[in-house]
Design a protein around this ligand. Structure first.
Ligand code: AMP
Ligand code: ZN
Length: 485
């Protein structure tokens, strides 16, 4: 079977499309990152996990060195100013501290670091350059220390969100201001008072609006157009719509990114988990306190709980979902005992599932199937285990996999030793023998002596004599063997 084509749902076209990178030697993805004013909640964790899986899949399909993933850090925002003032600390201390915790949190969730994590405050020059281009082209104007994007100047504004014009006007009216030419115009730059963070610009000392930040950072690190842009579904309007308006009008292209992907919400009793509703659980408290179900939860459990649902579907947050995910992980851990990370290769069905618009639900089901097959007395248990490890690598169970030995594992050790003592000469089926020895060791550990004795007799019939021992230091049960001649 050949590698399946990757198909992704594109919010721009409202359809699943075959993914064709602009340059397959340099596949480029941008995802909107956190505004670092407070702990991230587990709803914020969803896009981080979802796009981490996509990043890993792209690396698998195109090669690690051919994918560039950029996730920004928004470190200038009025929420940041307000929170720093409230806590009586500097903005820099607040954003540094919050970002450090965010990085630790998402690492614990098994997420790889993106290739670049640009900070908005380090890209003011690029923002100014974009605003200048927009003003020159008649798509933006300066007024009273502000720079505004002139929405009516863009014929197909609204293509991503497909909102009716009157709805967009009503939404934009929230920010009524005398200096706006049209109600729909949005702010690119605004003046700062002395006690607010600000940068010198051709329009006076001021600070950027949120949307312009992502246009500047994606341009700097990925270019004028790139392959994939992601974020949560709430970002479609106005944030992504406005990013598109800024970048397309500044650079004169038909698209900013070819594919726009959006994850569904993590919900609490049918409502979006959010700071403003106060119904949120932070990643940090889930990992480090016993507030939920009377205990803390490892990151991989939250990760699996999220990935059991397709990324575009809503998820209802429950402790029960965590318990189920943990049960699954325990079972995988048991079934992988003795497996190795070397030669890991995901199964074709698994890659096919992920390639179908990141169907992690089907991908997790495939891992289950491999787990069951790896224990079946017939078949190719070693290959199934190897495939399972390969799959787990791609959906990011790194910490969990670190527990597996890197080199020769117990099973291959058994196989190697048998072959060294002349099993081929004795006509012994190595695969079967190794499998039986492992199964018997497990039966013995589980104190299932009847099963253990039965397997011992089977092995004897094959010409293999077992000798049991206990490791004097660790107390671990071990088995040695020799071929009867
Ligand atoms: P924010 O800090 O609100 O800009 O959110 C950061 C990222 O988390 C964005 O991609 C949001 O779309 C996403 N997000 C926020 N709340 C949720 C939620 N309840 N479920 C899923 N994604 C969310
Ligand atoms: Zn953004």
């Amino acid at each position: 079977m050949t590698t399946p084509q990757l198909r992704l749902y594109n919010t721009l076209t409202r359809s699943k499309e075959v993914f064709v990178p602009i340059d397959e030697k340099n596949v480029r993805m941008y995802v909107c990152g956190p505004t670092v004013y407070d702990f991230a909640h587990i709803g914020n964790a969803r896009p981080v996990i979802v796009f981490d899986v996509l990043y890993r899949l792209l690396r698998h399909l195109y090669g690690k060195d051919h994918v560039k993933y950029v996730r920004n850090i928004t470190d200038v925002d009025d929420k940041i100013n307000a929170r720093a003032a409230e806590r009586g600390i500097s903005i820099r201390d607040l954003t540094e501290g919050t970002n450090r915790i965010f990085q630790e949190d998402v690492k614990a969730l098994g997420c790889l670091e993106p290739d670049v994590q640009p900070r908005a405050t380090e890209h003011i020059a690029e923002m100014i350059a974009i605003m200048q281009k927009l003003i020159e082209a008649g798509h933006a104007y300066a007024a009273e220390g502000h720079v505004l994007f002139a929405v009516p100047s863009m014929a197909d504004y609204g293509r991503l969100s497909r909102r009716p014009l009157d709805e967009m006007i009503a939404g934009a009216r929230v920010e009524v201001a005398p200096y706006k030419r049209s109600d729909m115009d949005f702010v690119l730059w605004k003046p700062s008072r002395d006690n607010e963070p600000g940068w010198d610009s051709p329009w006076g000392r001021g600070r950027p609006g949120w949307h312009i930040e992502c246009s500047a950072m994606s341009w700097k690190h990925l270019g004028e157009t790139f392959d994939i842009h992601g974020g949560g579904i709430d970002l479609v309007f106005p944030h992504h719509e406005n990013e598109i308006a800024q970048s397309r009008c500044a650079f004169g292209h038909d698209v900013m990114a070819n594919v726009w992907m959006h994850n569904g919400f993590l919900q609490v009793e049918g409502e979006k988990m959010s700071k403003s509703l106060g119904n949120f659980v932070t990643i940090n408290e889930l990992l480090h306190t016993d507030k939920f179900g009377g205990r803390s939860w490892p990151g991989e459990v939250l990760r699996l709980a999220m990935l059991k649902t397709h990324y575009r579907q809503p998820i209802d947050w429950t402790v029960k979902a965590l318990e189920e995910a943990e049960k699954t992980i325990k079972e995988w851990r048991r079934l992988l005992r003795g497996a190795s990370r070397s030669n890991a290769k995901p199964s074709e069905n698994f890659i096919a599932a992920l390639s179908d618009d990141l169907n992690t639900h089907a991908a997790v089901t495939e891992i289950h199937k491999l787990a069951v097959a790896s224990k079946s007395p017939s078949g190719e248990p070693y290959d199934r285990q190897t495939e399972m490890v390969g799959c787990l690598e791609i959906i990011g169970f790194d910490e969990f996999l670190k527990e597996l030995p890197d080199q020769d594992d117990v099973t291959s050790d058994i196989r190697k030793s048998i072959s060294e003592v002349g099993a081929p000469k004795a006509g012994i089926d190595l695969k079967k023998a190794g499998q039986l020895i492992t199964a018997r060791l497990e039966a013995r550990k589980a104190k299932n002596f009847a099963e253990s004795d039965r397997i011992r007799d089977d092995l004897l019939a094959m010409g293999i004599q077992l000798k049991d021992a206990k490791d004097p230091v660790t107390g671990e049960l071990t088995t040695t063997w020799e071929v009867k001649r």
